[in-house]
Design a protein around this ligand. Structure first.
Ligand SMILES: [Zn+2]
Length: 430
């Protein structure tokens, strides 16, 4: 086996050298959709895939980097015509949040790239095609179009997204044209995958949480990805003089938002596994001596099951209206993302369990609090994920995000064991 741990650490550094200028200056990583740093990252990923020995490497109409390692020449059926090989799909995203980590997403591309490098070294072909996708966008940073990249594969790319503007007023279509992409729905619709040609989707990902690190487990098998809803919220009150307006005569938009945030916290705490977060809050044009007349904030709400998530969202919305009425402000809620819970396919999950055991580890199962590309692919084909332990108590979406070369190597061996498992099963069913 090649020294896959070292390779993955080196490759992660090679990809991380491309960061947007404002962050690069601070030696931090930010790589959002179709910025120059993002386009350079994609180019480097193509180089890595070529070096590993993929048969085909390309960039598709939404900027996904797609590598294919073709399966062994197919047998012929009884009529003498060649049997269409199925394809195992894997991958993860190469975009990052602002001030992100080097492994979130990218690890799930680099592990299968390391597997292909090893297969090439062994001069081995699998009895199926192996398709590795570096998804161009998962984090929803530059545009409010989270999962647009994996969504293009499932036919969920919303045509309205093309007209959406970033904070500089650049539309997604313009950004696509600047990156040399067609920027039209005809090309994007062609990316939709036909599930009948696939064995399923598997994704490796850094855990992004403390569970594996605290539990002393290098690898975890994911049982389900949490359901989530994201919304942008707007409170409209009345801007007024901070000195002359008595406390009981105010319509303070910020305080209403603050009370709603605290309410969301306590409501989420009532459930096992529910979480609610206000990640952004702004008082547009606010001043030190003006009562906030307007407040914008975001809400991110997640739970392990759809029904639990729906109850959480409905309760928070109803309570927010009560708070708004009492404070005599207007509350607007715009849902920007809704994702169903994605339980792992039992058979694929079992393949990960066997793969983890094959590399001498005990099976440790956990659910995913974070959303992943696998939840998009879940809508059209079976999926299951493998988590890799993050150091620093699993901190992620942070420059402190870290993995060890040993864990990267172990994850690559487990991925190889997964591929071998498919090989044995497909060979036996011939
Ligand atoms: Zn990620």
């Amino acid at each position: 086996m090649l020294n896959s741990g070292k390779s993955i650490m080196d490759w992660s550094e090679r990809l991380a050298q491309f960061s947007e200028p404002q962050w690069a200056a601070k030696n931090q990583l930010t790589c959002t959709y179709l910025t120059p740093a993002h386009i350079q990252t994609a180019a480097e990923l193509r180089v890595l895939m070529h070096e590993a020995g993929f048969d085909e490497v390309s960039t598709d109409a939404v900027g996904n980097v797609v590598g294919i390692y073709r399966g062994a020449q197919p047998d012929t059926d009884t009529q003498g015509s060649p049997v269409q090989l199925k394809t195992l799909l894997t991958g993860s995203h190469y975009d990052t949040v602002r001030t992100g980590g080097k492994y979130d997403g990218r690890l799930g591309v680099l592990i299968p790239v390391a597997c292909v490098a090893e297969l090439v070294r062994q001069k081995r072909r699998l009895p199926f095609n192996f398709e590795v996708v570096g998804f161009s966008e998962e984090e929803g940073q530059r545009f409010r179009a989270t999962f647009l990249a994996s969504g293009a594969l499932t036919g969920d790319f919303d045509p309205d997204w093309l007209e959406q503007q970033d904070t500089d007023g650049v539309t997604m279509r313009q950004a696509m044209h600047a990156a040399g992409l067609p920027g039209d729905m005809v090309a994007i619709n062609q990316l939709k995958r036909d599930p009948s040609r696939y064995l399923g989707f598997v994704e490796a990902h850094i855990e992004q949480g403390p569970v594996l690190c605290e539990g002393g487990q290098p690898l975890g098998v994911v049982t389900s990805i949490n359901a989530g809803v994201r919304a942008t919220c707007k409170i409209t009150g009345m801007a007024a003089h901070a000195g002359t307006t008595p406390m009981l005569m105010r319509q303070d938009a910020l305080l209403a938002a603050a009370e709603i945030s605290l309410m969301a916290e306590s409501r989420a705490r009532q459930d096992e596994g529910s979480v609610a977060t206000v990640g952004q809050m702004q008082v547009p044009g606010g001043s030190i001596n003006v009562i906030p007349g307007e407040c914008l904030f975001t809400l991110d709400m997640r739970a392990p099951f759809d029904a639990q998530r729906d109850a959480l969202v409905n309760d928070i919305l109803a309570q927010a209206q009560v708070i708004a009425e009492r404070r005599q402000v207007n509350f607007e809620f715009t849902e920007v993302m809704r994702a169903s819970a994605a339980p792992s396919d039992p058979l694929l999950q079992q393949r990960w369990e066997r793969a983890v055991q094959a590399v001498g580890q005990s099976v440790f199962k956990l659910n995913s609090g974070a959303g992943h590309d696998a939840m998009k692919l879940h809508t059209i084909m079976p999926q299951a994920m493998l988590f890799v332990r993050g150091g620093n108590r699993g901190i992620s979406h942070n420059p402190l995000e870290i993995i060890s070369a040993e864990d990267a190597a172990l994850a690559t061996q487990a991925f190889m064991a997964l591929l071998d498992g498919f090989q044995i099963d497909l060979t036996n069913t011939k």
